[in-house]
Design a protein around this ligand. Structure first.
Ligand code: SF4
Length: 432
């Protein structure tokens, strides 16, 4: 493509900037397509006279908390440079690194709730760790803005299904209504560019914020094509095939990005790749790490059993020590402890603290005396009511979980599932 076409994209972005009053959102994943989009967009805004740079622009990037360390380091540095450029030139462009809340982190779901590591049929992670944080942010902004235009770096050339999906959407002035967010209009400024054109543009000069794209090119050179676009809704292509997925991703058979980084000398990846293989092992129901009953008591591979969760936490803390990386936060550890109390064969409330103390030599805070008194009371009530004390504890922990999140929707079903689960266990024990 001749450089005038890049110029045409910038010109049309500039026209939209000046003629349409709606604020902009920009999806940025750090991959080549969204880097290209952001470069063109910064250049377009830089070309607008300073006194007319009034539009609010929010760049959105997600960090699942289990991103590949080198990638997240690069993204953080890039966002910091973009922020500086915006400040220096009064561009009114803010950058946002959006993370899932600790309650929805990868470790809280796997080690706390016992979700099996994700696979193609049960890919629970994208919604919780990528889509929801963006949706929450967008909804908050729409509260002030009313409507917004969302720029994405999607290209038709990525795949024929993608091309068909993009071509079939209804457009108005080149914008199409977002399928899930009715007050958001989607713009795909680079939709007609080919991969070669994207690289040709990126490699001809540094980005406006000063990054040299040769490093990005090298990252791609070590693995297959395709990147994890910012996930705004479920129609976005799966990030399981991506170049820049989570280092824990068990949706892909092989994580070429991690392998590429290891080959390029990032030794931290060796341990992370080995841990990903451990997660794959724990996911396979044949390896005895999962209950053979689902959460609702039905037969079939269910959550990771409590012993498997303890093992995984021990291994994760070991990995954290070995690599010096910050892999799990204290807040996540406390949440896991709470969730273990409502698990099948619940924990005594000290399981996480014991593992942390053993691994790190740090005592986690909790009041042992109070905890013992509470357990005695629960045992007494369970005896009086002739119910299993573990079931009572699981139900109480579930109520506590809901009351802390100030919601009740779903609680009756969850309590019913615990009872059904107990019934199924009793029936199985009688048969056995
Ligand atoms: S990269 Fe893998 S683990 Fe991460 S959100 Fe996507 S599918 Fe899930």
């Amino acid at each position: 493509m001749a450089s005038t076409s890049y110029q045409e994209i910038k010109d049309s972005l500039q026209r939209l900037y000046l003629d349409d009053p709606r604020p902009w959102l920009v999806g940025f994943s750090g991959g080549k397509d969204s880097t290209m989009l952001a470069s063109l967009l910064f250049e377009a805004v830089l070309a607008v006279p300073v006194e007319q740079r009034k539009k609010e622009i929010a760049i959105l990037c997600t960090d699942t908390r289990v991103e590949i360390p080198a990638i997240v380091e690069t993204i953080e540095a890039t966002l910091a440079r973009m922020h500086k450029l915006s400040q220096q030139n009064a561009l009114n462009i803010e950058v946002n690194l959006l993370k899932p809340p600790p309650e929805q982190s990868f470790w809280v779901n796997i080690i706390g709730r016992g979700y099996p590591p994700p696979n193609r049929t049960f890919r629970w992670c994208t919604q919780r760790m990528k889509i929801d944080p963006v949706n929450v942010f967008v909804q908050q902004r729409l509260g002030h803005w009313g409507e917004a235009i969302l720029h994405l770096g999607a290209r038709r050339n990525e795949s024929s299904t993608r091309a068909q999906a993009m071509a079939s959407r209804e457009t108005r002035n080149g914008l199409n209504r977002h399928p899930d967010l009715p007050r958001v209009w989607v713009s795909n400024p680079i939709q007609f560019l080919t991969t070669e054109e994207v690289w040709a543009y990126l490699l001809q000069k540094p980005n406006p914020w000063g990054n040299d794209n040769r490093a990005l090119y090298k990252l791609y050179a070590n693995a297959s094509n395709g990147e994890c676009p910012i996930q705004i809704d479920t129609s976005t292509p799966s990030c399981g095939n991506s170049r820049f997925g989570c280092w824990t991703c068990t949706v892909v058979e092989r994580d070429k990005a991690s392998e590429g980084l290891l080959a390029a000398g990032d030794e931290r990846m060796e341990h992370l790749i080995a841990f990903r293989e451990t997660l794959q092992f724990y996911q396979d129901p044949d390896n005895g790490k999962r209950d053979m009953r689902r959460k609702n008591g039905a037969e079939g591979p269910g959550p990771l059993h409590i012993e498997a969760r303890r093992e995984l936490l021990t291994k994760l803390l070991k990995l954290q020590e070995g690599t010096g990386l910050n892999l799990i936060s204290e807040e996540e550890l406390l949440l896991i402890q709470k969730l273990w109390k409502s698990a099948r064969r619940p924990d005594d409330g000290w399981g996480v603290a014991r593992i942390v103390t053993r691994q790190k030599g740090i005592i986690m805070s909790a009041d042992l005396k109070e905890l013992n008194m509470l357990r005695e009371m629960e045992d007494e009530i369970a005896r009086e009511k002739n119910i299993n004390p573990d079931i009572l504890r699981r139900m109480l922990a579930k109520v506590e979980e809901y009351s802390e999140s100030h919601r009740a929707h779903g609680l009756p079903d969850d309590l019913l599932n615990i009872l059904k689960d107990d019934l199924a266990e009793q029936t199985a024990a009688k048969k056995g």
